[in-house]
Ligand binder design. Structure first.
Ligand code: HEM
Length: 486
């Protein structure tokens, strides 16, 4: 909608809010999601022994799929957060444009490095694998892939800095964006709404993650150019997993703003900021930064205290925000007389997917379980759970909301969201069952005993892709009208 919003007394038009860019972000998100899902299906078919793929090609596809999905999760999440945040603080829309150009340049570099150069080091690009492939790929391919990641990371960093600037200007500091003046000084002035609290957390943790990621990428590039300059492998692993863990986690904290903004509008009940809500977000802001060592539980050289923090805080990290969001959503929905439709069902599914997807993650963060399960399909099982059924339904709900001209009036019976949930559960369930039976993760070829899970998963993946296509098309077909209004 092209209406003007008022922020701090100034009229802000849809153009100022970056509406054009948000729309383009969503279009890119939708198209890339479908392409990456198709790559995922091809990998699953290869593991099912239904499709023959050269193992080198499998690892290139796995790298493109993993990297592409993480990047697009962030691009779509950022579009959601930016859209809602821009009604509360004054943001400069052109920054989104700069990020999109850098993102697409990085994608071209990564596609060339992986499919032309043969790079297949996984989305985690763990040192020293990129530089020591045993002649599977040339060093230029590794350098191009890492450079592509670096360019994408710089783009997101610029957006985070712009959002941080706007929150500091609008609320007087990042601490105030998190509501510390309310939490610790009982102030009732300029109380940040849930979207501002979530966005503040996102920019703090994502900026730190991107900085660590950029540093290890630059160090790895130097190592590729001058192999005599080596990196401490444990330091490299810490920096890489700190970056990866925090960055992918933050995507769901970006997208959850759609729940905070739309459920109140659908039910007519406000989502108020209170002290419990603020405390939960502050706790998660700190904990999400320190729990990444649960990815390194098998690295005996890690200091014990870090492992203890990694394990213990992994149990509690997700709960504060999950509980205030889940209970907040239930409180808003309870006896609200809501008439369920596609948007509200997707939002409810996203709450379920996020909460349920955390359970297998917490189980895997337990050292005794981790030493058996960590390199099994259990791990893709847990992260596909909360990304496919938690994050993506939030992004689809937002796409449909924009496609309907920001109208949240229920439009009646639509089973597509329920079908998406069922196929999604079947798909991630097969990953988890494979992990339970110790099927290793990241194997291009599977033993005959494992094929049953792979084959059922492939059928389920087809269902997921068909339904995702329906959601994306609902948005893409309305895009010309949305752009006209932008
Ligand atoms: C129809 C949907 C999807 C299918 C069929 C699919 C399939 C796969 C398969 C087969 C793997 C390799 C598993 C292994 O053996 O380790 C994989 C890995 C991965 N997937 Fe998906 N996936 C889908 C959706 C998603 C989504 C929505 C995301 C994130 C938003 C995602 C992110 C990843 C990541 C990060 C990896 C790890 C790559 C690596 O190990 O380097 N996938 N996926």
């Amino acid at each position: 909608m092209a209406e003007a919003y008022t922020t701090a007394g100034a009229k802000v038009t849809a153009a100022d809010r970056g509406r054009l860019w948000v729309t383009l972000y969503l279009a890119v998100t939708g198209i890339v999601l479908l392409l990456m899902m198709t790559l995922g299906l091809l990998m699953r078919l290869a593991q099912s022994d239904i499709l023959t793929l050269d193992p080198a090609l499998f690892y290139q596809m796995m790298t493109v799929h993993g990297t592409g999905m993480v990047g697009i999760a962030a691009l779509g999440g950022m579009a959601v957060m930016w859209h809602f945040l821009s009604a509360h603080v004054r943001l400069h829309g052109w920054v989104l444009g700069v990020n999109l150009v850098l993102f697409l340049a990085g994608v071209v570099a990564i596609l060339a490095a992986d499919f032309l150069g043969g790079f297949g080091g996984g989305w985690t690009f763990l040192y020293p694998l990129p530089a020591t492939s045993g002649a599977v790929w040339p060093t230029w391919a590794a350098a191009l892939h890492l450079s592509g990641l670096l360019v994408i990371g710089v783009g997101f960093l610029i957006v985070c800095l712009e959002i941080a600037r706007a929150i500091i200007v609008g609320y007087g500091g990042l601490g105030r964006g998190l509501g510390w003046h309310v939490l610790f000084a009982n102030s009732t002035e300029n109380v940040p709404p849930p979207t501002v609290v979530a966005s503040t957390m996102v920019v703090i943790v994502t900026t730190l993650a991107l900085t660590a990621g950029a540093a290890i990428l630059v160090m790895s590039l130097i190592n590729i150019a001058f192999p005599e300059i080596q990196i401490n492998p444990l330091l490299a692993k810490n920096m890489t997993y700190f970056f990866g863990h925090v960055f992918i986690n933050a995507t769901i904290y970006m997208a959850v703003t759609v729940v905070y903004e739309l459920l109140p509008r659908i039910t007519g009940r406000p989502w108020k900021t209170n002290k419990v809500f603020l405390a939960a977000w502050t706790l998660s802001t700190t904990m999400v930064l320190v729990i990444y060592p649960h990815h390194l539980l098998m690295d005996f050289a890690m200091p014990t205290w870090m492992m203890v923090i990694g394990q213990v805080l992994s149990y509690v990290n997700s709960f504060p925000v999950l509980i205030v969001t889940g209970l907040g959503a239930l409180a808003i929905l309870h006896r609200s007389g809501i008439r369920w439709d596609l948007i509200s069902t997707l939002l409810l599914i996203s709450m379920f997917g996020w909460m349920a997807g955390v359970i297998p993650a917490v189980i895997d963060a337990t050292i005794t379980v981790n030493s058996v399960m960590h390199n099994t399909m259990w791990v893709p099982g847990h992260f596909h759970f909360y990304l496919l059924l938690g994050l993506l339904p939030m992004q689809f709900a937002f796409m449909i909301y924009l496609a309907r001209g920001e109208d949240v009036t229920p439009q009646g019976g639509d089973m597509t969201a329920i079908l998406y949930l069922l196929f999604g559960l079947g798909f991630v369930g097969m990953f988890l069952m494979g992990g339970w039976a110790s099927v290793p993760r990241r194997w291009a070829t599977h033993l005959p005993e494992w094929l049953i899970w792979d084959q059922i998963a492939s059928v389920m993946a087809v269902g997921v892709i068909v339904l995702a296509t329906v959601f994306v098309l609902k948005f893409l077909t309305r895009m010309p009208r949305i752009l006209q209004e932008a």
